[in-house]
Design a protein around this ligand. Structure first.
Ligand SMILES: NC(=O)c1ccc[n+]([C@@H]2O[C@H](COP(=O)([O-])OP(=O)(O)OC[C@H]3O[C@@H](n4cnc5c(N)ncnc54)[C@H](OP(=O)(O)O)[C@@H]3O)[C@@H](O)[C@H]2O)c1
Length: 302
């Protein structure tokens, strides 16, 4: 395959590049920054520098790469994760305008298949999405429907992968959470009834590679592990695997007061299944639960 990867320098982009290069495929990885070029070359990819919001520049680099497959992994979230709906505005733009630009560029380049990375917490949730997240939900729906509509019209074979929450020993967010847990600054929430779908970042990357080969055109797959957990379970597991002190528990009203958007998002109950991905993609998570996936996290974060 000759793959154009938009978001090639990101958290999931890097393991996807590694896996594709290891499989003998050609990869062009998009970044806005020339400073990322040496890193992408070292991984074995050809870097392409352009802003996905600049339709002409994006089209130029995609057409030049002549990809058979295009992967969309563009987000623009703050390093520590979104704290309010405002933090999602640049990502919403990438999911609406950026998707349009990438779909048009992929069609202009004659790509056969287009895979878009989506977010299960928003994409698969129905009634539970908090009002503050409505714009983000609309943007995710726009991204998904642009890809599925183009697929239905025969412009390419479009596939949506709705990933769970990324984590992993090398993942920046996980490492930040480990550092906070060590300082006892990462609390659990009393009576936390949330049910969230985690996914180890390497499992998410492998599912993406599997979808390039085996995904059915026009399909949506939930890429999640076998055991949905609450955010408090995630915090406890991170603290244990980092050898950090037992986290203290705060009453549910406190996060609702301090970080209402995050509190509502993480209270969502979303017990998703990976059955369809297992059957149709021939993929299964190597780490069936977050406890298995985090063994070894402490030494790496140190
Ligand atoms: N993190 C999660 O827990 C999570 C969960 C579910 C789904 N996802 C999905 O995973 C994918 C990416 O997430 P991630 O965690 O890998 O994100 P990330 O680490 O923040 O990476 C974002 C990527 O997007 C690129 N980018 C941002 N703005 C751009 C622009 N205007 N033009 C060109 N490139 C731009 C960045 O490139 P440069 O900075 O090098 O320009 C970078 O490669 C998305 O499909 C998202 O929906 C993430």
């Amino acid at each position: 395959m000759n793959v154009f990867l938009a978001g090639g320098s990101g958290a999931i982009g890097v393991p996807i590049v590694r896996a594709l290069v290891a499989g003998g495929h050609q990869v062009t990885a998009l970044t806005r920054s020339a400073a990322n070029e040496p890193m992408l070359r070292a991984l074995g990819a050809t870097p392409a520098v352009a802003d996905a919001l600049d339709a002409d520049a994006l089209r130029r680099v995609v057409v030049q790469a002549r990809p058979t497959h295009v992967i969309h992994q563009l987000t623009a979230l703050p390093k520590g994760g979104p704290r309010s709906a405002r933090d999602l505005v640049p990502t919403n733009r990438l999911r609406t305008e950026g998707t349009k630009n990438l779909v048009d560029a992929a069609v202009a380049a004659g790509a056969k298949r287009f895979i878009a990375g989506s977010f299960a917490l928003i994409g698969s949730a129905t009634s539970d999405v908090p009002a503050e997240a409505q714009a983000a939900a609309d943007a995710v729906r726009s991204m998904e429907s642009q890809v599925l509509d183009a697929s239905a019209r025969g412009r390419f074979e479009g596939i949506i992968l709705r990933y769970g929450l990324f984590y992993g020993p090398d993942n920046g967010m996980t490492q930040q959470m480990i550092a906070l847990a060590r300082r006892r600054m990462l609390p659990t929430v009393r009576g936390d009834r949330g049910l969230l779908p985690p996914i180890h970042i390497d499992d998410a990357a492998n599912a993406t590679i599997a979808a390039l080969d085996h995904g059915a055109a026009g399909s949506i797959y939930d890429i999640v592990d076998d055991h949905p957990v609450s955010l408090s379970d995630i915090v406890r597991t991170i603290a244990e695997s980092a050898g950090a002190p037992r986290p203290f528990a705060v009453p549910a009203w406190l996060p609702r007061l301090l970080a209402p958007y995050m509190a509502r998002m993480f209270a969502i109950r979303l017990p998703l299944s990976n059955q369809k991905a297992r059957v149709e993609l021939g993929w299964r998570p190597r780490y069936p639960n977050i406890r298995d996936g985090l063994s070894g996290a402490a030494s790496r974060a140190a």
